[in-house]
Design a protein. Structure first.
Length: 107
C-alpha cells in the first residue's frame, strides 16, 4: 500500500437529502443563508470507485464523499486544521455565492 491517493474517479449513484436541503426547498434558505440562484440539492453523497492510482481504493469500492472543500490558504488550513477553515465551501450549500458546483457525474 502506498498510502497516498493522487488520482481517483468515482460514480455517484445517489445523493441524499438532509435537513438543510429541506429548508432550502421549502423556505429558500437555512438560517441566514439564502438561495440566490438555482442550485443542486443533496450534499450527502455516496459513490463507487471507478479508477484509482492507489492500493487504498479499489474499483467498485463504496465510498462516502465529504461535501466540504477547505480553502487551503487561511491560517487554519496552513496549520493542517482544515476543519476550522474560515473560507470553507460546501457542495449543496447557499452559504456562499456563487454556490459551489463540483465535478460529479451521476449514473
Amino acid at each position: 500500500m502506498n498510502g497516498i491517493i493522487k488520482e481517483h474517479s468515482y460514480k455517484l449513484p445517489e445523493a441524499a437529502f438532509g435537513g438543510s436541503d429541506l429548508h432550502y426547498y421549502q423556505e429558500g434558505k437555512v438560517g441566514n443563508f439564502t438561495v440566490k440562484a438555482p442550485m443542486i440539492l443533496g450534499h450527502e453523497v455516496i459513490g463507487k470507485i471507478v479508477h484509482s492510482d492507489s492500493d487504498l481504493l479499489r474499483e467498485g469500492q463504496p465510498v462516502a464523499i465529504n461535501p466540504s472543500k477547505p480553502c487551503g490558504h487561511c491560517k487554519y488550513c496552513l496549520q493542517h486544521e482544515e476543519n476550522h477553515c474560515t473560507e470553507m465551501r460546501f457542495f449543496g450549500s447557499a452559504m456562499y455565492f456563487p454556490h459551489v458546483g463540483w465535478r460529479f457525474y451521476p449514473i
